[in-house]
Design a protein around this ligand. Sequence first.
Ligand code: 13P
Length: 253
Amino acid sequence: MRKPFVAGNWKMNTDSQSSVTLARGVAEGSVESAGRNVDVAVCPPFVYLQSVARAVSSSSVAVGAQDVYFEKKGAFTGEVSAAMLKEIGCTYALCGHSERRHVLGETDELVNKKVTAAIAGGLLPILCVGELQSQRESGRTEEVVTRHVTKGLAGLSGAKVSAVTVAYEPVWAIGTGLTATPAQAQEVHALIRKLLGDLYDNETAEATRILYGGSVKPDNAAELMSQRDIDGVLVGGASLKVEDFLGIIQAAV
Ligand code: 13P
């Protein structure tokens, strides 16, 4: 049985004060549900990771980074290693978020290096995958998602893959208010689970959590998560409001 997982990706939002206020609100409001019935994580901007990690330290809310670099250390100006993130209290790292793929030009090869380095550094990667609107319209969703998953996990053994969460985020649904219907999302989640079975084995496929992301709100979260292969959600905009995020966590319980 896969434990539901609700993660908030704050993207490039909040400031030093509001990030801590938001984190405290999530930690206090999810006392009943977080940990026992549902895993909860927040992913603030890098500069607020440490203060947010402190703010949630006595709760079961975990902290994730929005990205991680694949090298261990050295002359990589502006980058942050897995060890650095681990040291300040991160549990998770997003890898290959669509904004990094499409705004910042990350390739499948780079994303794979990041996933691999995150695991080696003791972090749990959340591998983000998903098609553009034009790709869906031209019937290429399966091909794109298959490539993102296969290349994102390339070279990882089944044991290593048990550290990975996959997040299916159709790009056309991110920040647009257009949510994939539960049936559309379920179709792709089932495809990803089958692919994990083909790449690894049935046990790995059944154990891996697959989250949906893209305009998730308190009023659509429960129906999405009621689908067989949707094990939780990766939330952008609605994770910036305590009440909305708590509503989504409640929907997962
Ligand atoms: P929205 O929930 O704002 O659509 O963002 C989804 C997302 O990109 C989470 O990583």
